[in-house]
Design a protein around this ligand. Sequence first.
Ligand SMILES: Cc1cc2nc3c(=O)[nH]c(=O)nc-3n(C[C@H](O)[C@H](O)[C@H](O)COP(=O)(O)O)c2cc1C
Length: 269
Amino acid sequence: MKTTLYYFTGTGNTLVVARNIAAILGDTDLVPIAALMKEKKNITTPEGRIGIFCPVYDMGIPVMVREFLQVFSISADSYLFAVLTLGGTGASALKMIDRAVKSHNGRGINAGFMVRMPGNFPPISVPPTGEKQRSILAKAEKDCNRIAEEIRNNRVVHPGMTPGSSLLQFILYEPFAKNVHNAGEKFSVSDACTSCGTCVSVCPSGNITLNDKLPVYADRCELCCACLNYCPVQAINLNMMFGTEGRGRYHHPAVTPADLRKQKELVHE
Ligand SMILES: Cc1cc2nc3c(=O)[nH]c(=O)nc-3n(C[C@H](O)[C@H](O)[C@H](O)COP(=O)(O)O)c2cc1C
């Protein structure tokens, strides 16, 4: 059976999880949400299984994915699943997807899954390195195998009760979503910048341009932190919470800036 996966990624974790699951299922298209949302047209899903893949942000989902779900139409009988990647906790984000799909389509997801990956948000936690990072990635690969089997069998897995995560979502998510597009104001660029343009390439919302050879942020930031984490000379810092100086960086080791640039083009993998 044909499968179509819609994905959003900042630093490659979600893209790798989507690729792994696609490789196991076979006959699967990967469609980047960032490319679709440049046009903001209504999206009618094709026949077959449909998946939504994204990271957890502040116990919820990226705002671009929330907007995508407002223009996303799916028939009542298609098998629809969601796969979230996250650094720690955020099961409530599955419920957010379920609610968003229900409000537009009168039906929710058939199954929701989570894959723990290395965290990519240095202002809160220093990203794992070395053996710790490798062991998280190895466990994630096993999770992908298991999840792909569940999907292949069209298993129904309803999002369970998530009281702690839901409470945190209630406190954190709406302020995050309200302010995120202007989060670019919180990034600073040091003299180390070489004007290489990697930040421009990897930004999924096309929010960064080079002006006088320095990155300038507009008002469509998703706070995905691709710019921060992919900058080859760590010239970009994010002035939130504990800041990012000396706190390490992370992007998935198998995902290049060129892979992320493709996220803005409607080229199916
Ligand atoms: C702005 C922001 C908020 C995040 N919030 C959470 C969170 O609430 N819970 C969590 O477990 N991980 C959180 N993370 C970590 C990411 O969900 C995780 O690293 C994810 O795998 C990144 O996927 P990506 O590489 O596809 O962008 C957050 C990351 C960012 C950038």
